[in-house]
Design a protein around this ligand. Structure first.
Ligand SMILES: [Zn+2]
Length: 198
């Protein structure tokens, strides 16, 4: 990673009593989503563009999207994953066991979109919130892929464009996949699962 903390300092100038600084204060939420370095962006919720950043990056995926999620209820993110799958992108999702509920969930939505979906029950909590896109870009942070994380919580999301970092995350994702079980949504997925790369 080549994060440049100095850039962040420049993004948040010390306030002075002037109309210029007032303007900075008013647009600070927008500046908070600006690039901290050429290859790293940071977003903050609530309502700081985290969901939009996830959806936009998924929209640019061309080869693969590997996901680890703790809580996953975001409809736009689930839809973006399904859209990527429709484009032929190799999308695979590992979820914490808390996503197994008796009710229809986004986990069911992605599973029904023929996206290989797995449950990692090996840990007290499978708490990673990660997307690895095209083995080049890593999205991670405290931001869960949920509506609450976008609208109500204080969270952060980093978008890291770094192939070496993506490689490290992919190896860790693969290690978790090895001890995860296929998610049984209890309905339509059973006949059409198949992703030969599992
Ligand atoms: Zn695991």
């Amino acid at each position: 990673m080549r994060a440049n903390p100095g850039t962040l300092v420049r993004l948040f100038p010390l306030p002075t009593f002037s109309w210029l600084s007032l303007s900075f204060t008013l647009i600070l939420p927008l500046l908070a989503v600006a690039s901290a370095a050429d290859n790293i962006q940071v977003f903050f919720s609530p309502n700081g563009g985290c969901t939009e950043a996830v959806v936009a990056n998924l929209g640019r995926a061309t080869t693969s999207v590997f996901v680890q999620a703790y809580s996953f209820t975001s409809t736009p993110i689930a839809k973006a994953l399904a859209d990527a799958k429709k484009r032929g992108v190799d999308v695979q999702v590992i979820l914490d066991k808390s996503n197994i509920t008796g009710q229809y969930s986004s986990a069911d939505f992605v599973a029904h979109a023929n996206i290989p979906t797995y449950i990692d029950s090996k840990h007290a909590i499978a708490h990673n919130k990660i997307m690895i896109i095209d083995c080049k870009t890593v999205l991670t942070g405290s931001f869960n892929f949920t509506k609450a994380a976008e609208t109500g919580n204080a969270e952060n999301l980093l978008v890291i464009k770094d192939e070496a970092m993506a490689k490290v995350y992919t190896a860790n994702w693969q290690a978790h996949l090895e001890h995860s079980q296929a998610y049984d949504s209890g309905s339509t997925r059973t006949a059409k699962t198949a992703n030969p790369r599992k």
